[in-house]
Design a protein around this ligand. Structure first.
Ligand SMILES: [Zn+2]
Ligand SMILES: [Zn+2]
Length: 108
């Protein structure tokens, strides 16, 4: 996963902890490269409890690695096209279509 901000690729950490920082931005897990970590406009989500940006997002939950608080990730409601199709055409349309057909067929 590249840095979300500058797109830099993460190089394999030689030894020890990676200098890259994991965070959550708009409910999405992101990585921040060491260069971008120095910036102050990272626009990362913060923990509501302690204000930390050390969050991890997984399985629809966002967990704070500083205080351990877990909250549900706010995912936008998916558009359910199946329900849209199941509801069928708006009421009245079929009658209009039938009337138009009747006109065409000269049945009025
Ligand atoms: Zn970067
Ligand atoms: Zn926290």
């Amino acid at each position: 996963m590249p840095c979300y901000r500058c797109g830099a690729r993460q190089t394999d950490p030689v030894r020890g902890a990676s200098p890259w920082r994991r965070g959550v931005r708009r409910e999405t897990q992101v990585l921040v490269c060491p260069d971008c970590q120095r910036l102050h406009d990272l626009d990362l989500d913060t923990c509501a409890g302690c204000g930390s940006v050390a969050l991890i997002c997984r399985l629809g939950e966002v967990e704070c690695r500083s205080c351990g608080a877990v909250r549900m990730a706010e995912t936008p409601a998916p558009v359910d096209s199946g329900a849209l199709l199941a509801s069928g055409p708006p009421p009245g349309l079929s009658a209009e279509v039938e009337a138009a057909l009747n006109r065409v067929l000269g049945r009025t």
